[in-house]
Structure formats: C-alpha cells, structure tokens
Design a protein around this ligand. Structure first.
Ligand code: ACO
Length: 324
C-alpha cells in the first residue's frame, strides 16, 4: 500500500513591527506610488533586534502543531527552509527541534532562497513516501531584512520577514483517501543564472554576511517563463488541467509575476491567494504564510486542489500540487 503526505496543520507568524512604503521613502529615494505600481507591496513586517529566524519559526510551528493536534515530541522530521539562519551552524532547525521538545528523528535546514519552502516540502514528502518519517514539520522562515542593503532602493523595498509552517502526516493511500494529500512535487535549478540574484558575501568568500544584489528585470523574465513551465509540468504529471485548480498559492515576490501566472492559468484573481501587499517578499516564508491565512479564513477547503509554486535565487524553482 502506498503512503501519501497529508497537510494536517498550518501556522504562521509575523514580527510585530510594520514598515510602510512611506517609511522607506524616508530612507531611500522611492515612493509609495512607485513601489505599489511595480510590485503591489504596501508594507512589510520587520523583525526586531534580537528577534531571530528561529523565534519566528518556532511561533509558526507551535500554531501548526496545535492545528494538527500533535506535540513537538510526536515529530520525527523537521525540514526548515531559510536563507537567513540564526548562525552559520548548527542548522536553525536544530534550535527549533530543541525548543519544540522533539527528542528523536532528524532536523536540518534547506537553502533554495525563495523556492525554499517548495524544496523543503518535496524533501519531507519524499521522506514520508519511502516510510522514513511519519510526522514531519516543514517550515519556511526568514529574517531577510538582515541581508538587505538599506541604501539600495532596487532591493530594500521588496522584502520582509516572517515564518510559516505545515505539519505533514503519513497516511495510507486507501481507497477513499487515494487522492488526498501531496500529489506531486517538481523541483528545478539552473546555476548558470546564479549571478542574477545573490548575496555579495559568505563564510568562504568574503567572511561577511553580505547583502542582496539583483538584476530585477532578468529575474522577472525568468520567473514568468519558468513558473509557467513548472505549473504545466505538475498538471500534466497528474493528468489534470488548469480548470481543475481551485487555489493558486504562489510565492509572493511581486504582484505582476503572480498576475502573469494566474493569467496563463486562466484563473480569476479571486482564486489566487495574495499577501504580497501586506507581507512583501518573505522568501521561503511566503507560501506557508499565505497558505496558513487561506486555510484559517476558510477559503481552502477539504477536497480543493491547491497549486503551490515559487522561483528564487540559484535560480531555483518548483511547484507542488496538493489535494486538500
Ligand atoms: N523607487 C523608485 N525608483 C526605483 C526603485 C524604487 N524603489 N527601484 C528602482 N527604481 C528606478 C530604477 O533606478 C530605474 O530608474 P532609471 O530608469 O532612472 O534607471 C527605474 O526605477 C526602473 O527600474 P527597473 O529596474 O527597470 O524597474 P522594473 O520595472 O524592472 O521594476 C522590479 C523593478 C520591481 C525589481 C522588477 O524588476 C521586479 O519585480 N523583478 C522581479 C524581482 C523579484 O521579484 N525578486 C525577488 C526575488 S526572486 C523571486 O522571488 C521571484
């Protein structure tokens, strides 16, 4: 009998501090009008001094565990996607593991920038499918504000901090439940484009943390093309069509990228979960943040077909199809 991963709990957490576009216009030569028109972003949450990626991750995870009706001790796997770990090592997942009271199993971080959550979800799903985990916690958590150059208006207006988490449970793909859970995941990367979006520092190179650098126009062009391809790939793999999709929960980088994917899928905007206006781009955290919101407010319901997709630095990109 085959096993499938079912999402049994979602949680999200945002830092309390909100920074508006007008606030940023006091720091760099920008305006609320420019930022909204080009990106759809109105505000973002920014972590306080001393508020770590693990703090955001733990808060989101506790909510996800509560919704799932299990405790940290029941987990046997944590996969945490982040570009902004607390420390170079140990993995931020290890801190989360200790604070959630998980005593066994495995906990590690995954680095795929804005695609990180899809990568982490795919890894956890595969652990479950082969029988190596039963209750997995998948987290996307970032304090992206820590790697922003607050003098570069081309990047500092785009990002925010936050965390989201989901609990996956192994369930036998029984007769009636056969189509429930993660149907498939699809991951891609193309390292030839690593210079389009990167951080100009690192342990082995400059021994500094560095700041985000981006060729926004090129990233935009690749995002629109690659996301359309991976969405097609995931539908074809499951013998489904665009018309079967109930909800698109995309990575929240830019309203224009999201709209372009929705148009290609002929999805009306009320079938797309959009949080970018309030959260900005929270990198690996954006999909689980948006998903938790749509589940919590009752938009996503049992039986719905949910498509998750993302693209980020690497370049990396991917998608997951989930029957709720
Ligand atoms: N405020 C005001 N003006 C600005 C700002 C700003 N914050 N940033 C750039 N400008 C200026 C530029 O200097 C330029 O001025 P110039 O014409 O005098 O040289 C002008 O605005 C146009 O700049 P472009 O970079 O051509 O603007 P564009 O329309 O491409 O929009 C943006 C830039 C929003 C970054 C867009 O390219 C984009 O969204 N790209 C995708 C990048 C992205 O989302 N990255 C996130 C990570 S990857 C991912 O998650 C998919």
């Amino acid at each position: 009998m085959s096993i499938r991963s079912v999402i049994v709990g979602c949680g999200a957490h945002l830092p309390a501090k909100i920074v508006t576009n007008d606030d940023l216009a006091k720091l760099v030569d920008t305006s609320d009008e420019w930022i909204q028109q080009r990106t759809g972003i109105k505000q973002r949450h920014i972590a306080a001094d001393g508020e770590l990626t693990s703090d955001l991750a733990i808060a989101a995870s506790q909510k996800a565990l509560e919704r799932a009706g299990i405790s940290g001790a029941d987990l046997d796997l944590i996969v945490l996607a982040t570009t902004t770990p607390d420390q170079t090592f140990p993995a931020t997942a290890a801190t989360v593991q200790a604070k959630l009271g998980m005593l066994g199993g495995a906990a590690f971080d995954v680095q795929a920038v804005c695609s990180g959550f899809i990568y982490a979800l795919a890894i956890a799903d595969n652990f479950i499918r082969v029988g190596q985990a039963k209750n997995a916690l998948v987290i996307g958590a970032e304090t992206f504000s820590r790697i922003l150059d607050w003098t570069d208006r081309g990047t500092c207006v785009l990002f925010g901090d936050g965390a989201g988490a989901v609990v996956l449970k192994a369930e036998p793909a029984s007769e009636e439940g056969v189509r429930r859970g993660i149907l498939s995941t699809h991951l891609h990367s193309d390292g030839r484009h690593r210079d389009l979006l990167y951080v100009d520092g690192g342990v082995s190179s400059t021994k500094t943390v560095g700041h985000v650098r981006m060729n926004g126009k090129e990233v935009f062009r690749h995002a629109v093309q690659r996301l359309a391809e991976v969405v097609d790939e995931s539908l074809t793999a499951n013998g489904l069509t665009q018309a079967d999709i109930d909800w698109l929960v995309p990575h929240q980088a830019n309203r224009r990228i999201i709209d372009s994917t929705a148009r290609k899928l002929s999805l009306s905007t009320d079938k797309v979960v959009v949080t970018v206006a309030r959260h900005g781009n929270t990198s690996a955290a954006s999909i689980p943040l948006a998903l938790a919101e749509a589940v919590e407010d009752g938009r996503v319901r049992q039986g719905d077909l949910v498509l998750l997709e993302a693209m980020g630095g690497g370049l990396t990109w991917g998608a997951a199809l989930v029957r709720w």
